[in-house]
Write a protein that binds this ligand. Structure first.
Ligand SMILES: O=P(O)(O)OC[C@H]1O[C@H](OP(=O)(O)OP(=O)(O)O)[C@H](O)[C@@H]1O
Length: 184
């Protein structure tokens, strides 16, 4: 089967775990929580490419307080459904010394990606590093016991997901709803 046919088939057979409306409501709740905590903090928001693009594009317009936005790119899955070593493609460029930093990503799965980013930001002198993810995948394989994000939209079952920034072999990041691949 060629790649295009495979990608179309994966969506046709996928289970929709959360509809567009459910994700939108979760983003509203997240935005309210983030606002409560950070409205006076003038945070520097780091979007984790690529997956964080959709999350940030949906979350940040819901925040009505001053903030700055930048990006970093760290990846460890590529086209695979299991994570490997973290590859820093673009490190943060803004001065975060003394700043409150909010990291925005699509998913906290095993948490190795966020753990490495948090450590890096602390080393760079950020006063406080908080994390926001649209989904937390529920399982017991976290990078360390108790690993969690500060702001979570939805708890999602332990399957391979796509949508809302998450990709299947590079595709289907561009949905608001969240889907699980059949059989994975
Ligand atoms: O909690 P973890 O197990 O570390 O996985 C979470 C990370 O995996 C995905 O990125 P990916 O490596 O697929 O890079 P991409 O967003 O550029 O596709 C996702 O966007 C998170 O950044």
């Amino acid at each position: 089967m060629n790649m295009k046919d495979e990608i179309v088939k994966v969506m046709a057979e996928a289970d929709c775990l959360h509809s567009d409306a459910e994700v939108s409501a979760a983003l509203d709740r997240m935005a309210a929580d983030v606002t409560e905590v950070l409205k006076h903090a003038n945070p520097l928001v780091y979007v984790v490419l690529n997956g964080g693009i959709i999350a940030a594009g949906q979350l940040l317009p819901r925040l009505r307080f001053p903030l700055e936005v930048s990006y970093l790119h760290a990846t460890r899955y590529g086209d695979k459904t299991q994570g490997g070593r973290l590859n820093w493609k673009v490190k943060p460029t803004e001065d975060m010394h003394g700043r409150t930093v909010l990291i925005v990503d699509d998913i906290l799965d095993e948490g190795n990606t966020l753990a490495a980013i948090i450590e890096y930001c602390r080393e760079q002198g950020a006063t406080e590093v908080l994390t926001a993810v649209v989904v937390n995948k529920s399982h017991d394989r976290k990078a360390f016991p108790g690993m969690h994000a500060d702001f979570v939209g939805l708890e999602v079952e332990d399957r391979f997901l796509f949508g809302c920034g998450m990709d299947y072999k590079g595709f289907w990041r561009n949905t608001l709803g969240i889907y699980a691949v059949k059989g994975l």
